[in-house]
Design a protein around this ligand. Structure first.
Ligand code: NAP
Length: 324
């Protein structure tokens, strides 16, 4: 089968499309014929081996996973013995952060991993783009117990996580102020944001409105800068480790005292419940992933380069099965 392979940590040029053996499924695993995958920030981190902490999970000196690709949508090609929830021919989607492998024509995944049948009302492209960022957004929103009536500022309303967060928060009934650049203000309003701040015209940390939560979805702020925006007891959330990797440490230390806090939840692995939540949100129309560009598998290095500009809007797709 055709796959995007790398054998060392390094730049996008190290990812080469080659012919490799199809994965062999073991008990309780499913073989998926991948139609669409994405290149996301997790793929970039595990490809480059930066930040270094990722090497504790993926191999200290060289990567264990030679084929990256976490998010996928496709069709079940085969099931191993013991599989009870999926059948050959099912359209499925999910993310495979345990093993990766979706930048290939076929991928193996455990039946109990982050895998579900696709909602009937979405395309392979929408399904592939829907899972990982909405998972991270949901983990933060649920951990902070954000609900109807809360006022939330989302920094980076155009990113994959930010655009999912804006929609999920609106679905919960929160009031959302989102921050993005001039060019994307209409897009973010269209996602449901009640108010949009253009970061090229205004420093959002100087905003006069007070918020119950500040959710930085692009890692472009810090707790110290955002603290004045928070109401007493307000919470700062971030999808990023933050300056000097301080966010996880601040999440521990601010718990010891009263007042404003940082939360940095560690997302659970193998989260089938997350994919099912995403499926429900897509079926009910409360969440549709934002799609930026599409690249064929052969041009995956170009996709990596684009994602690493930090300027993608929502999600970047890899078409494994060419669309006619
Ligand atoms: N916790 C985890 O395990 C995990 C997993 C995946 C990703 N992450 C982290 O989460 C962050 C977001 O990932 P992502 O894939 O959602 O991001 P992304 O899609 O790559 O974000 C790109 C967007 O950021 C916006 N942006 C750039 N500079 C900005 C600024 N100064 N202020 C506000 N918006 C700005 C750009 O829009 P404009 O054109 O509007 O500026 C662009 O749309 C990254 O830091 C990533 O490392 C964490």
């Amino acid at each position: 089968m055709k796959a995007a392979v790398r054998t060392t940590y390094g730049p996008p040029e190290g990812v080469l499309v080659a012919d490799v053996d199809e994965p062999v499924i073991k008990n309780h695993e499913v073989l998926v014929k991948v139609h669409v995958s994405t290149v996301n920030r997790t793929d970039c981190g595990f490809r480059s081996g930066k930040p270094s902490i990722v090497r504790f999970f993926s191999g200290l000196t060289k990567p264990r996973a030679t084929v990256l690709g976490s998010e996928f949508a496709g069709v079940v090609e085969a099931v191993a013995s013991g599989v009870t929830s999926f059948e050959v021919g099912d359209k499925v989607f999910g993310f495979n952060e345990d093993r990766f492998g979706a930048h290939a024509e076929y991928m193996a995944i455990a039946e109990d991993a982050a895998l579900a049948t696709m909602p009937a009302n979405v395309t392979f492209e929408e399904a592939a783009a829907s899972t990982e960022a909405s998972h991270y957004a949901l983990v933060m929103i649920r951990d902070a117990k954000i609900r109807s009536g809360h006022h939330v500022l989302v920094n980076g309303g155009t990113g994959a996580i930010g655009s999912a967060a804006v929609q999920i928060l609106k679905g919960l009934g929160a009031t959302v102020t989102a921050v993005c650049d001039t060019e994307h203000m209409e897009l973010v309003r269209g996602l449901g944001a009640d108010r949009v701040i253009d970061y090229t015209a205004q420093d959002f940390t100087k905003d006069e409105q007070a918020y119950d939560f500040v959710l930085d979805a692009v890692g472009k702020s810090s707790f110290a800068r955002c603290k004045p925006l928070l109401k007493p007891g307000g919470i700062y959330l971030s999808s990023d480790l933050g300056p000097w990797n301080l966010n996880p440490i601040l999440a521990l230390t601010t718990r010891l005292f009263g007042g404003k806090k940082v939360r940095f939840p560690i997302p659970p692995k193998r989260d089938q419940a997350a994919v099912k939540s995403t499926k429900e949100m897509m079926e009910s129309g409360t969440f549709t992933p934002v799609i930026d560009r599409r690249y064929p598998l052969d041009q995956i290095a170009e996709a990596y380069r684009y994602v690493e500009t930090g300027q993608k809007i929502g999600n970047v797709l890899i078409s494994v099965v060419p669309t006619s």
